[in-house]
Design a protein around this ligand. Sequence first.
Ligand code: SF4
Ligand code: SF4
Length: 401
Amino acid sequence: MDNSQYLDDLLKCVRCGSCKALCPTYDEDSTEAMGARGRLRLLYGLSTGELKPTPLLIDRVFSCILCGSCSGLCPLGVDIEEAIYHGRSLLRSSDKKRQYLRLLVKFSLKNPQLSFRLLSMVQYFLFPYLLKKGTLLFEPELPESPLNDGHQVYSVPKKKGRVAIFTGCMVNFLYPHLGVSLINVLQGLGYEVILPSSEVCCGVPLRTIGLEEEAIKLAKKNVRIFSRLNVEAILSLCPTCTLTLKEQYPKLIGEGLDNAMDISSFFIERLDTSHLSPSTSNFMRITYHDPCHLKYGLGIKKEPRKIIKKIGIELIEAGGEGCCGFGGIFSLSYKDISQRLLQKRVDAYRKTGANAIITSCPGCIMQLSHGAKDMPVLHLIEVIEEAYFANNPSSFIPHPF
Ligand code: SF4
Ligand code: SF4
C-alpha cells in the first residue's frame, strides 16, 4: 500500500468514536490513544510527518491486540486492523524494542522444524528461566513431535470427499492432538485428508511485529500450495489462520483461499445428531468462549453453539463478551492488560457453574487454561471427537500424542 492510499484510508475516519465501544484496550485504559480512533489519529500524524515515531507513539500502536472488535463497528468502513498492521510495518525500523524479537521470529519461521527441535532440547531449563525472569507467564509443554511430520495423505476406504487441513503453528507445534482429533472425525465421516508438508506459517506473527514483506512471501507460498490441491475445503482449528487465508490474503497479495473454513461452518452441515452421542461426555455442562477472530473477523457465533446443542451438552452462556487477552505476543508485551482481560473472562465463566470452557482457538486455549486452572478448557473439535466416537467406537484411531 502506498502512502497516499494509506492516507486516503485514514482520512475516511470522521472521528465519531463508534470503534471504541468494544475495544478491550480502551476498556482497560480509557485514554484516547489506547483505543482504535486514537491509534488511527497517531498513524495519520505519522504518515503526514506531523508526528515523530517516539517510543510512546510506537507503544500505543503496538498495544492494539488486533482483535478486530472495532472494524465492524465503523460506519465509514475503515479497515482499522489493516491500518494498524500497515502502521506497524512503517514503524519497524524505529521500533528498537522488538528488534531481537523480529530476528527470532524470522529465524523460527524460516526454519520451523529446526527451531522446534532446538526448543525441545532446551525447554527444561529455558522455560523455567524465562518464567523466573517474567518473560513467560507459564511454562508451555512441547509435544514429542509436531503434527505435520511429512505424512501428507490420510486416505479412507469409501471416499466421500477430500479436504485439506491448514495446520497452523500453534496446532502443529503445541497442540498436535487437536489436529489428530480433526483428522479422526474427518476420516470417520469419509473424507480423505491432506496435510501439505510444504505449508508455511499464515504470516500473522510477522505482520503483528511489522514484517509485512516477509508475511507477503509466506502468503504467496500458501496460496500457491493450497490452491492446487483441488479440495472441497481448507479447514483450520485456528480462526486467526482461517481469517488470514480467506480475508487478509486478498488485501495483502490480491488473492486468497476462498474455501478456507472454520471447522464449525464445515461440520454444521455434515454432522447431525445421528452421528453424535453425548452419553459418555465428561463435560455435560459447559460454557463457550467466542474467539475474537472467529466472532468479529469471520462472523461465526451460532455454528459452534448449534454443534454443542446437537451433541446434547448443556450450554450455559456467561453473558457479556470480550477478548481473553491473548493476542499472540500482546500477552507477553502487555502482561498487565492481558491478565486483567483474562481475569474478567474467567470470572464470568466460573459464575456460570459450568464444568468446562469450550472454545475454537488454540491461542484462547493457551490463555484461558492459564487463567482458569480449576476448569478444563477444550477445543470444540475435542468435544466433537468424543461425541462422534462414543457413537462409532469401532472406528476410533488412538492418538499418538
Ligand atoms: S483491534 Fe481490538 S484492541 Fe485494536 S483498536 Fe480494534 S478493538 Fe481495540
Ligand atoms: S468508527 Fe470509523 S469513523 Fe468512527 S472514529 Fe472509528 S474509525 Fe473513525
